[in-house]
Design a protein around this ligand. Structure first.
Ligand code: SF4
Ligand code: SF4
Length: 429
């Protein structure tokens, strides 16, 4: 295997192919604190791409209730157990060595899905540690929906009390799509080299002409975001709505500017922001704090990768939920959790302004700008540590620009209100 650098792990790692990076990378941030589990995103995707025969079990976008839900069932718990079995007690992070550009979360000392597979020999040696879910595990797209866990979470235990005066239970909605990983497990596992990463935007696609339906991608994707279609005998996966990214939707992008995917555009909870980040030949993200993605993920580190320890360098990032026990979040998002929640609990004026851009329009934002306004409020905030802090709120204006440098959104922190004239609207107060 080749040696490649994975910034989320803070170190080099093994990967079946040499490093080669796209010019731009498709990326997204989901704010879990705002997801209401309405599945509008799921249906927006389903009705666009997977409504045909043979695609019944395909949910390129799904929203599962954690900790017990999952599609396919127990996908993450199963792979984590396999990795633990390959490296007992060794799946740990060294958080002492941090450096913002190369090791923002410290160094992962354990084994990735590629490294754990290296020991495997036999007639069919594997590049990637993975498993093929059973038919039963694909059967229920939202099993355990809204099922809560108690404070001390243990796999399979539904403990805790929902009785007043204090609810001692928790759950959260985890929306998921393909992460268009930098080092995709699906691509690394395909024996036909039918999977490729587009040089222009990093979107990962399966060539339907080359695919022979061996299902190695289904086995090798740690997030289980590649699906087998029995009637065509090929595998399919999220295509990142690439015609929209190419600016080919005549209604949203009459002038060819990239537009966000269907699942992003449809999000009712306004939890999603999608973007493209510029990538250097060495795979490092170009320093660009004016890009909303770069600002949230690299500059502020308020949004974190999902299971970075798998080693695929996923390009989907999550603002973790504030109410969930920290050990559960750390095993899911890595050691950056406390720092991310600390900032999200009491955002400064710049972060608060950028958070307004979620679902404010449909074109991809490449740059934001903030125009400062007057202070309008001071709010006491209880921080995760229990300490009180005062949040100062300013009525700043945030502007977003598309790829062509055109202003496509302008918002103030204070939402404007309009009074409807009584004479025209009979139901006005
Ligand atoms: S999430 Fe899975 S299907 Fe998507 S690029 Fe990564 S490994 Fe491939
Ligand atoms: S549309 Fe948005 S709020 Fe609704 S389930 Fe999907 S991600 Fe969550």
């Amino acid at each position: 295997m080749a040696r490649v650098f994975n910034w989320q792990l803070g170190r080099e790692m093994s990967y079946p192919y040499e490093e080669k990076h796209p010019q731009w990378q498709f990326a997204f941030v989901f704010n879990i604190n705002r997801c209401i589990g309405c599945q509008t995103c799921t249906m927006a995707c389903k009705s666009t791409w997977t409504f045909s025969k043979g695609q019944e079990y395909m949910w390129w976008n799904n929203v599962e209730s954690k900790p017990f839900g999952g599609y396919p069932q127990n996908w993450d718990a199963k792979l984590l157990a396999m990795l633990e079995a390959e490296n007992p007690g060794g799946q740990v992070w060294d958080v002492g060595t941090k450096e913002s550009s190369k090791q923002p979360y410290g160094v992962f000392k354990g084994k990735t899905i590629f490294e754990a597979a290296e020991k495997r020999v036999g007639p069919e040696p594997q590049n990637v540690l993975g498993y093929l879910p059973s038919d039963a595990e694909w059967r229920h797209p939202n099993i355990h929906e809204d099922t809560a866990a108690g404070g001390q979470w243990r796999f399979g235990q539904y403990n805790g009390s929902a009785q007043l005066p204090e609810h001692r239970v928790w759950f959260f909605h985890l929306a998921r799509i393909c992460n268009h990983c930098t080092y995709p497990g699906c691509l690394g596992a395909c024996p036909r080299q039918a999977i490729y990463k587009r040089p222009e935007d990093g979107i990962v696609l399966i060539d339907q002409e080359r695919c022979r339906g061996y299902r190695k991608c289904v086995e090798g994707c740690p997030y289980k975001k590649a699906y087998y279609r029995p009637n065509t005998q090929t595998s399919e996966k999220c295509v990142g709505c690439y015609p929209r990214i190419e600016g080919k939707d005549p209604e949203i992008s009459p002038d060819g500017a990239p537009a966000e995917t269907r699942c992003m555009s449809a999000c009712v909870g306004k939890i999603r922001l999608q973007g493209l980040v510029e990538v250097g030949d060495d795979g490092a993200w170009k320093h660009d704090p004016g890009n909303p993605m770069y600002f949230l993920i690299r500059e502020r580190q308020v949004a974190l990768p999902l299971y970075p320890q798998f080693g695929t360098e996923p390009n989907g990032f999550y603002i973790p939920p504030r109410w969930v026990p920290r050990p559960y979040l750390v095993q899911m998002f890595g050691p950056g959790v406390e720092h991310a929640i600390e900032q999200y609990s009491c955002p400064d004026r710049e972060l608060l302004a950028v958070l307004q851009l979620f679902r404010a329009q449909r074109q991809v934002l490449f740059r934001f700008e903030i125009q400062q306004g007057p202070k309008v409020a001071e709010i006491p905030v209880r921080m995760p540590s229990g300490q009180m802090k005062v949040q100062e709120i300013f009525n700043d204006t945030v502007l977003g620009y598309n790829k062509r440098g055109e202003e496509v959104v302008r918002l103030t922190i204070e939402e404007p209100t309009f009074e409807r004239p009584r004479e025209q609207h009979v139901n006005s107060i």
